[in-house]
Design a protein around this ligand. Structure first.
Ligand code: 0A1
Ligand code: ZN
Length: 870
């Protein structure tokens, strides 16, 4: 294909026309959908050529103020419709035919199983009708939908239903009006045979909001958790941000075929079934927490995204980073805050750091893109959220709240930029954030090297922080970042009081925990009255998205693991110790496990320590993080070393873990609440390690669990453990049993597929290929493809990286095929191959697989990723 066009932030121009009103009519027939649109178009300047976007539309009619537009006055191309000579406000009407049945891209209007639904973010609205499909064109929508009443008894769109009724020939209609001006990416429509669970929420000012969750009839018993989560989120946003809901009705629709987690369309969220349905028998604790988090995320967008939206797609993190920060704080409040932080940091360090270190690295506010769908990334979302978190921490809770209040008030109903967000933070706090703003424009993960020096005589402790950041494609030369580094100093008897003339007394308020703001390449902080050589506790609670390097010895790390008063850093220390052991194993000089396991045993014996945190302390660093940290080692050697260390750890801790396992008694009734979740997670990690340690009863115990567990958390954990057993017959029986039990539950079958895709034993590839040919698998369903292909390529290191390169080739073949039906999915799945530079000699085979793809006719999505990676 010819090289697709690159779009640059620097080229941004405000729209030449406003569309004040948008009136749509959808006529859903048996084999076509006709979309009629009436747009109130108003010129904003002197430009009189109106250029609308469209894709895969069959244009049937175009008229201006009721008069057909003659051919000489307009030009239609594959992707644009230009109408010339519009010099005053007018009504532009178009009529197009679209084909939701043939739309496998899951963007625009498409058919998922028995229903019609839409996905318009980022640029899907242009697949529905001719429009100024850009986020800075805000319009008031009225939408009429008409369809056969028995096929589509439910007809939904944004806002409030203002009219509905029956028509002739068994058809009916519904008319919706959304009073809030919105960009086209927030438009939604659903038509189908769905059932509804309803509830109600009374807002802080006493307004009643009807809550409706629409699902297929078989899923009616799986909506309660989403509804309860939504109500908690609505209350939380009122209390924490002063944000109230603004329509009479809040609807959620569950869709099976969906490219992402969910979508925040105004008043009508559309959810991937995996992010909304939950039931103890079919959903794990992690699944329940994900539903809670995604429901909250989409709800929070109502203000951070919908009421205040993005000026252009380069500002995507304005809504996504802020909203992820908001949902993370919500989840932390609802569950274990430390575990939530550990999970988020794990994700960031495993996946976002890798993104930032690879060929697709981009700034949180990128400078250019080819296909915006490729920029729904960990950098925009998770790193964007870290930026907001740093701001919130630097401003403190009261000032941050004042700033967010002012932001929402000032920009309500507008499409704005990351700079607008920062300028409010600056204005309210009175702080200079000019250097901080570089977090938005410079890609890459900064590294902070910490050096210290202690003088026992003068009791002076000097800490020098030096920052650096590797070049990335768009920003080869970096300016220093503004980095808040929260630290404490540990003495023999605990946290030391901190005295530092360079810090305001207020920052030393609690005296044992301070934030050092690193704004230059290098700064030294001097602490006085330090009575002994301390162990520094650095970047507490992960105060900034950076790598921190300090020459700890193992006793110091063990001290942090055992006694740091920052719980997050206890976990951090444990990860650091594990990395050392794995590195030593790789070098052929294994370290003694005694100190590490001794500290962990103490933790296990500590009744005051949250079991959920304890469970995290027993997890080794992820492979992805290890690849980043222990550069230059072969991935299979690294994987083997990790396994060896895990086994040694398991053997050393076996007696205590056994005790923990036996001390566990299942609750009378399953609840997805923090206490129970914590106990289950410790129990299942303990069981897993016992299996690894060669527990004699493992096979019987696992099989019994798979057959008798009363909740999906325990059942799935046992199923996964079965793959660790030497006897493949046991796991085969477990997998069979599990499938027989759950073959009617699509989401559980996906878990079953994922378990097999992660199987490190034998010829996984042959088994997976066979699975793709069975009835439980459909290439058109992204959840299934992700479960099978995504898990294989992203998590199954020994099989994906097998020596014959067949893992890579299989992925490339799958991606090439998928690109023809669903480009967004294809370009996401290819990610593991783009990291080829990290894999030394194996990288060549990975690169060859990519090269094979580059020779094909690719979508814009896949083209951008493959070509940037090569
Ligand atoms: N805005 C949604 C994510 C989303 C993005 C793109 C989609 O289709 C291509 C769908 C959803 C969110 O942040 O939840
Ligand atoms: Zn979002």
């Amino acid at each position: 294909m010819s090289e697709p066009k690159v779009i640059y932030l620097k080229d941004y121009q405000p729209p030449a026309f406003a569309i004040e009103q948008t009136q749509l009519n959808f006529d859903i027939g048996p084999d076509s959908v006709i979309v009629s649109s009436r747009l109130r178009v108003v010129p904003c300047g002197s430009d009189t050529d109106l250029v609308l976007q469209g894709e895969n539309l069959t244009t049937l009619a175009v008229s201006l103020d009721g008069v057909p537009v003659d051919a000489a006055r307009m030009t239609e191309t594959e992707s644009t419709l230009t109408v010339r000579g519009i010099d005053s406000a007018c009504w532009l009407e178009t009529r197009v035919a679209i084909d939701p049945w043939g739309n496998s891209s899951l963007e625009g209007l498409y058919k998922s199983r028995t229903m019609f639904c839409t996905q318009c973010e980022a640029e899907g609205f242009r697949k529905i009708t001719w429009f100024l499909d850009r986020p800075d064109v805000l319009s008031v929508y009225t939408t009429r939908v008409e369809a056969d009443k028995s096929d589509c008894p439910i007809l939904l769109s944004n806002g409030n239903c203002i009219n509905r009724g029956d028509l002739s020939d068994g058809r009916h209609f519904a008319e919706w009006h959304d009073p809030h001006p919105k960009p086209s990416y927030l438009f939604a429509l659903v038509a189908g045979d769905l059932e509804c669970v309803t509830d109600e929420f009374v807002t802080v000012s006493g307004r009643r909001v009807v809550i409706e969750v629409y699902v297929e009839p078989k899923d009616l018993d799986k909506c309660a958790h989403a509804i309860a989560s939504l109500k908690r989120a609505m209350r939380w946003d009122e209390e924490k941000y002063g944000r109230e809901y603004d329509l009479d009705c809040y609807m959620i629709v569950a869709v099976d075929d969906f490219n992402m987690g969910a979508m925040e369309n105004k008043g009508l969220n559309i959810f991937n079934t995996s992010c909304v349905l939950a039931h103890p028998a079919t959903t794990t604790d992690a699944g329940f927490q994900r539903v809670e988090a995604v429901v909250a995320h989409e709800y929070f967008h109502n203000w951070s995204g919908n009421r205040v939206t993005c000026r252009d797609w380069f500002q995507l993190s304005l809504k996504e980073g802020f909203t992820v920060y908001r949902d993370a704080c919500f989840s932390a409040d609802m569950n274990s805050a430390t575990v939530k932080r550990i999970e988020d940091v794990n994700l960031l360090r495993s996946a976002q750091f890798a993104e930032d270190a690879g060929p697709l690295a981009h700034a949180v506010r990128p400078a250019s893109f080819i296909e915006i769908s490729n920029f729904y990334t960990l950098t925009i979302y998770e790193k964007g959220a870290e930026i907001v978190r740093m701001l919130a921490n630097m401003l403190g809770p009261e000032t941050f709240r004042q700033a967010t209040d002012r932001y929402f008030e000032r920009f309500d109903g507008q499409a704005v930029t990351c700079d607008d967000f920062l300028s409010v933070m600056e204005e309210v706090s009175g702080r200079d954030l000019s250097r901080f703003a570089r977090w938005y424009s410079q890609a890459g993960t900064p590294v902070i090297d910490v050096q210290d020096e202690y003088n026992a005589e003068s009791q002076i402790y000097r800490m020098t922080l030096r920052q650096s950041c590797r070049p990335t494609p768009e920003t080869p030369d970096k300016q220093p970042f503004h980095i808040p580094v929260r630290i404490g100093l540990l003495g023999e008897a605990g946290a030391l009081a901190l005295y530092c003339d360079q810090l305001a007394t207020q920052e030393l308020a609690d005296n044992t925990d301070v934030v050092l703001e690193l704004t230059d390449t290098e700064q030294t902080f001097v602490f006085t009255r330090v009575p002994e050589r301390p162990v520094p506790s650095l970047c507490r609670n992960f105060s900034a998205p950076v790598h921190v390097r300090y020459p700890y010895d193992e006793p110091a790390l063990v001290q942090l693991l055992a006694r740091d008063d920052d719980l997050f850093n206890r976990w951090q220390a444990s990860q650091e110790i594990a990395i050392r052991h794995i590195a030593a194993e790789l070098d052929g000089n294994p370290l003694s496990m005694d100190r590490w396991t001794g500290a962990l045993e103490q933790c296990l014996a500590d009744a005051a320590l949250d079991s959920a945190v304890m469970a995290e302390l027993l997890h080794l660093p992820t492979m992805s993080y290890l690849i980043d940290r222990l550069e230059g080692h072969d991935v299979l050697a690294l994987h083997a070393a990790r396994k060896t260390v895990e086994e040694k750890l398991a053997i050393a801790l076996k007696p205590r873990l056994h005790k923990a396992l036996q001390a566990y008694h299942p609750p009378a009734q399953y609840q997805p609440e923090a206490g129970q979740i914590a106990r289950r997670s410790l129990r299942n990690v303990a069981a897993r390690l016992c299996v690894i340690a060669g527990w004699e009863q493992a096979a019987d115990w696992i099989e019994a669990q798979v057959r008798a567990a009363t909740n999906m958390t325990d059942q799935l954990a046992a199923l996964r453990m079965s793959l660790l057993l030497p006897d493949a017959d046991v796991s085969a029986r477990c997998l069979d049993y599990f499938f027989q039990q759950w073959s009617h539950e699509a989401l559980v079958v996906n878990q079953w597929l994922a378990v097999q895709a992660a199987d490190e034993r034998g010829d996984t590839l042959v088994r997976l290929q066979r699975l793709t040919e069975t009835a439980g698998f459909q290439w058109g369903n992204p959840n299934k493809v992700r479960a099978l292909v995504g898990t294989f390529a992203g998590q199954n290191y020994p099989q994906f990286h097998r020596n014959d390169g067949q893992g890579y080739q299989w992925l490339a073949d799958v991606v090439g095929k998928l690109d023809q039906s669903n480009p967004q999915l294809a370009s996401r799945l290819v990610t593991p191959l783009t990291r080829w530079k990290q894999y030394g000699a194996r990288g060549t085979a990975m690169r060859n697989a990519l090269q094979g793809l580059a020779g094909q006719d690719l979508s814009r999505d896949l083209y951008e990723v493959v070509h940037k990676a090569l």
